[in-house]
Ligand binder design. Structure first.
Ligand SMILES: [Cu+2]
Length: 363
């Protein structure tokens, strides 16, 4: 009998705490039920359109419309794959590139097929395409211009300059300004022709601009040389001059790094950390508790890549010591105050990535 009552009690006396804990679940179930009910109501509401039915779209005779294509959607997926690959990195990036490129190829093939269909070529069913020899009378068309292309190139150069910094950025700005000024000059010439047309009643195109091949060649060579110089590729490290950013070298090499804490060699008793390819050579350090310490930091990256070694609490929430950044090719002795025993984090404030994060254990 007792056993029977014991079993029945579980059902008769509810476990209020347990039920209260389940309250959010009940709430979620109620919400889902309400949502399903609403969706069902909408789905079964019936047609709302009171107007006559839609007219089936039909192309007029002699007008060519490209066929429906799923390529724009597929390309969007390809781009999404690429971005996902950029986040995942490694093989993911390769897959993203392959997916995007292949979807673009599919789209390109479709476009070529459309074009062949219109232009004739080898296509069996040639459409009666209308080829205009020029704009209709009274319609003015601006002459062909390389400026829009150069404008896009200039914008690309500017973004590249923002990544590289330094003289490449300066050259990119010069190139963009040169392009835009040239464009402006062309616009002005066209505007003059329009004004002339007010009197003559006849609108002429501006004379064809020749492609500024020479200037483009000069810019291309300058970009390559400056970029190589800034990356430290030229001049070779051995012959680097003292002032050049190419002097990404060993400590004590040409040109003492500036700055009060700077020095060519590690002071005695200092820890050493080297940054190269945006990565610390050491990810863990050990220091004694209650004693100030020094990290001799050497930045072996190109001059345009600054790094530092900031000190933070273990979870990164609290900044304990903020150090100034140093440019590539220089070194500096960073001083830190005495620490309580425990673990801390050191990190590059410019590149807060795992490769530029380490742990200091204080004992
Ligand atoms: Cu860094």
């Amino acid at each position: 009998m007792d056993t029977l009552l014991g079993v029945a009690a579980v059902f008769i006396t509810p476990d209020w705490n347990g039920l209260l804990a389940l309250f959010p679940v009940f709430l979620a179930l109620a919400f889902i039920a309400w949502f399903a009910f609403t969706v069902r109501k909408y789905a079964t509401l019936g047609p709302r359109r009171r107007a006559p039915a839609r007219v089936e779209p039909r192309t007029p005779a002699h007008v060519h419309m490209p066929g429906g294509s799923s390529s724009p959607i597929i390309v969007a997926f390809g781009a999404a794959f690429l971005f996902a690959g950029m986040v995942i990195g490694g093989v993911g990036l390769l897959i993203g590139v392959v997916v995007l490129v292949s979807t673009l190829l599919v789209w390109g093939r479709e476009a070529i097929r459309d074009y062949d269909h219109v232009a004739g070529g080898a296509a069996p069913q040639r459409l009666p395409a209308v080829v205009h020899q020029g704009p209709p009378p009274g319609v003015h068309m601006p002459g062909p211009s390389i400026r829009p292309f150069l404008g896009a190139l200039g914008a690309a150069a500017l973004f590249m300059g923002l990544v590289f910094g330094g003289w490449v950025l300066v050259l990119a700005v010069v190139f963009l300004v040169w392009t835009l000024l040239g464009w402006l000059v062309d616009f002005k010439a066209e505007y003059r022709k329009v004004e002339e047309a007010d009197h003559t009643g006849h609108l002429e195109n501006i004379p064809d601009r020749r492609l500024p091949i020479r200037a483009l060649q000069v810019f291309a060579v300058a970009f390559v040389l400056l970029g190589a110089w800034q990356l430290g590729i030229i001049p070779p490290a051995g012959q680097a001059t003292a002032g050049g950013p190419g002097a990404s070298g060993a400590p004590g090499g040409s040109g003492a790094p500036p700055g009060s804490g700077g020095g060519g060699a590690a002071p005695p008793g200092a820890l050493t950390v080297v940054a190269k390819n945006i990565e610390y050579d050491k990810k863990s350090l050990e220091v004694d508790a209650g004693k100030p310490f020094t990290i001799f930091f050497e930045n072996q990256d190109p001059a345009s890549v600054p790094h530092d070694v900031d000190l933070r609490s273990a979870n990164g929430s609290q900044l304990i010591k903020d150090q100034p950044t140093i440019n590539g090719g220089t070194s500096r002795a960073y001083q830190y105050d005495a620490l309580q025993p425990g673990t801390y984090e050191y990190i590059c404030s410019v590149h807060s990535v795992p490769a530029m994060t380490g742990t200091i254990t204080v004992k």
